[in-house]
Design a protein around this ligand. Structure first.
Ligand code: CO8
Length: 377
């Protein structure tokens, strides 16, 4: 149960960046090389109207439409090869740690260190992200074994809201007494699901891993901790962001690598529909807590599009937010699915003073929106 004398806190956060990056210029050079080759090879079909020509991309468009300039990538090899246009992930045996579990462990170690915790202090591991590289055994159980954690672990998928929904689960388990210390991890390996041959979406995603420790204040030994004042989640079905790839793809008698199996979206509709939903979600949550927008020092928002973030905070504040109030990380990280708001949290929380209030909010496919209101201790 929530206990005013012993609140539930976020006591540590970790961020792990992959070794490689791809700038917009590199990305556009490769995509345009691929498109020009495709158009040359299909010149006759294009001429006769049987094949659609591939349009060219531009770094200027990407920056203006999304605010993205760069993205981290887990494996760069293959992505910029115009004859491949997808990363090469070396196959690992069952005895080796899987790629996504490795990303998760890297971020988890940083969160444990920030929270001043040892693996034996943790009793639940949640791996929450947009995709898991296999169905079972759960990645969380592999991570548990890698770190030597006792207790239990499970995976959960809620696209861009996976991280905030996992933090809500962590809060509720601690509140119910079924867990004492939860490690929630978001290994966002988006690059295998990104359609690098699609001009409209090839620039959107990046890879990263974040992790967070949630526990009671009474066990917290961290320099920076945040009382969780409230959590809120909502979902509302929409076909505007989809990936149809799944375990039935093999038996569908359709192309398991067809266009609809990648990330696909109607970006304009998403923009128009999700911005008001997210702003309303947050404002009603903080209203219910008796907090006003001017009481909020920091907005750690999901990072999909810079114009979306600007619009949402403008709706909330009635004026544009400063970079300090609503930090942007997507210029360097791109859209990292559920990890975006937690990258912003990781990089921009230590300067808050005791008593300062902040809001973490994610929004995306589903549609789904998840948010937490925090107060620095
Ligand atoms: N270069 C040059 N021109 C381009 C390019 C490009 N790369 N792409 C599009 N254009 C053209 C279009 O064809 C169009 O031309 P025309 O006007 O002649 O038709 C013009 O530029 C304008 O295109 P858009 O209308 O599409 O441009 P927008 O201004 O709407 O910007 C965005 C496009 C950036 C996609 C924008 O709509 C957006 O960001 N929307 C919100 C998207 C969003 O938040 N989506 C959430 C997705 S993430 C999620 O929820 C879960 C995903 C899980 C992980 C997935 C991992 C892979």
């Amino acid at each position: 149960m929530a206990n005013a004398n012993d609140p539930i806190v976020i006591s540590g956060a970790g961020l792990w960046n992959p070794d490689y990056t791809i700038s917009n210029d590199e990305l556009v050079l490769a995509y345009n090389g691929y498109a020009e080759k495709f158009n040359a090879e299909n010149a006759a079909g294009i001429e006769q109207g049987e094949v659609e020509a591939k349009p060219l991309s531009s770094a200027e468009f990407i920056n203006k439409a999304s605010g993205i300039n760069n993205r981290y990538i887990y494996r760069k090899e293959g992505v910029l090869d115009i004859n491949r246009m997808r990363p090469i992930l070396e196959v690992r045996s069952n005895e080796e740690v899987s790629h996504q579990a490795e990303m998760a462990v890297n971020a988890a170690k940083k969160a444990l260190e920030a929270a001043n915790k040892k693996p034996e202090d943790v009793d639940v591991v949640i791996v929450a992200c947009a995709y898991t590289q296999r169905s079972y055994p759960a990645l969380a159980i592999e991570v548990q074994a890698e770190l030597g954690i006792e207790g239990f672990g499970f995976d959960m998928l809620v696209a861009c809201s996976a991280a905030t929904f996992a933090l809500q689960r962590a809060y509720e388990m601690i509140s119910a007494g079924t867990a004492k210390c939860v490690l929630a991890i978001n290994p966002e390996l988006t690059s295998p699901q990104n359609n690098w041959r699609d001009r409209d979406s090839h620039f959107i995603f990046g890879d990263v891993a974040t992790a967070t420790i949630v526990e009671r204040a009474s066990s917290c030994q961290s320099e920076h901790s945040y009382e969780i004042l409230d959590t809120k989640a909502v979902t509302s079905f929409s076909n505007n962001i989809r990936s149809n790839f799944g375990y039935t793809s093999y038996v569908d008698d359709t192309d398991p690598y067809g266009e609809d199996k990648f990330f696909i979206q109607n970006g304009r509709k998403v923009f128009k529909e999700v911005c008001p939903m997210a702003a309303e979600h947050i404002s009603s949550q903080i209203d219910a807590l008796g907090i006003t927008v001017s009481d909020v020092t920091r907005w750690w928002l999901h990072q999909a599009n810079i114009n979306m973030n600007a619009l949402i905070v403008k709706r909330l504040l009635g004026r544009p937010a400063t970079a300090d109030e609503a930090p942007i990380v997507l210029d360097q990280y791109a859209n990292t699915a559920s990890a975006g708001s937690l990258i912003a949290f990781n990089l921009h929380h230590k300067d808050l003073q005791a008593g300062d209030t902040g809001v973490i909010c994610s929004f995306g496919a589903g549609y789904s929106i998840g948010s937490l209101v925090l107060r620095k201790r």
